[in-house]
Design a protein around this ligand. Sequence first.
Ligand SMILES: *Cc1c(COP(=O)(O)O)cnc(C)c1O
Length: 397
Amino acid sequence: MSELALLAEKADAADELAPIRSRFVLDDHDDVVYLDGNSLGALPAGVPGRLEDVVRHQWGRLRIRSWEESGWWTAPERIGDRIAPLVGAGPGRIVVGDSTSVNIFKALVAAIRMAGDGRDELLVDASTFPTDGYIAESAARLTGRTLRPVTPAEVPEALGDRTAAVLLNHVDYRTGRLHDLPSLTASIHAHGALAVWDLCHSAGALPVGLDEHGVDLAVGCTYKYLNGGPGSPAFLYVRGALQDRFDSPLPGWNSHADPFGMSPAYAPAAGAPRGRVGTPDILSMLALEAALEAWDGVSITAVRAKSLALTDFFLKCVTAYTEPGRVESVTPEPHEERGSQVALRCAEAGEVMKRLIERGVVGDFRRPDILRFGFTPLYVSFSEVERAARVLGEVLA
Ligand SMILES: *Cc1c(COP(=O)(O)O)cnc(C)c1O
């Protein structure tokens, strides 16, 4: 056994999160290393049984009664409160529902409205995941603001008394770079603007500290590190002090103060329900709730520590197993600038990823030249990391 394989065995033996792996359905028998949990998290073992019950009993037998008796009606806030400690939010701040894209729209337009009429500029991360950029452009056009794409590093200089709001990604989806949320949020506030954070690649991967750092609005995805399943609903956070001023651009009957009053006039609900729109997607929502049970007793601090150890170890193994110059990491080396993924620049990355997947190492390819590997500390082991790097070295040899 190689020295790195021995190191991996030792690290697995000392890993306090190792037992959590059994809470997931993984292919232990066919030797697949799943490093794509930052795109679609693995299936938590409790989900199929819960969904079976939701469909056969709650829907099949109780039918309409389930809105009350099975807690369907209150699920968006109940599940929001389950996510809250993972992102450093107090209870009553988060609502679950709709896609990330839709929630970015709600958050941005609401932020612009709260910033007031005198502020006519919206800043957006120039390297953002495309949907965020498209929606920022549309939100700016709808509200008559000017959109200015800037890199997160340029934000402090770009801020001014014209800035209404800034939309930033906590972790860059392509490079895995972690941006400095506390300091950027503080600069944004120093200029009187609102900070809107996209947590798609940090929720469930590292501590976020939403309340602590005074983030105004945040949106996150639940099918990545939170393992909620394909298309599971996103979440929306609104800072406590702003909840009464949150003016949704998509007010629906579900966010009305008296939804069953069926009034023609809109009156917004108080608190987190104000972020709702229409009838929640109950099947996906309750699959997510079951998936979140995999987090019982797990601290996000322990997850972060293991995530950094996994990505450190992967980089070390890649250096040892790969001919010099074949790949170049575009993920920052310093821990405080690294999310839970490693992105390697590589010639013919598309073809390389195809061959990796054929050999049971599942990451993904991001055009034009990036091999992307996500590390989910709840179920990825050090031995798997060593194997993935070894297979990569063989494929590139
Ligand atoms: C995954 C991801 C999304 C996904 O948005 P959907 O509406 O769920 O398709 C949005 N933004 C970022 C930064 C992402 O990483």
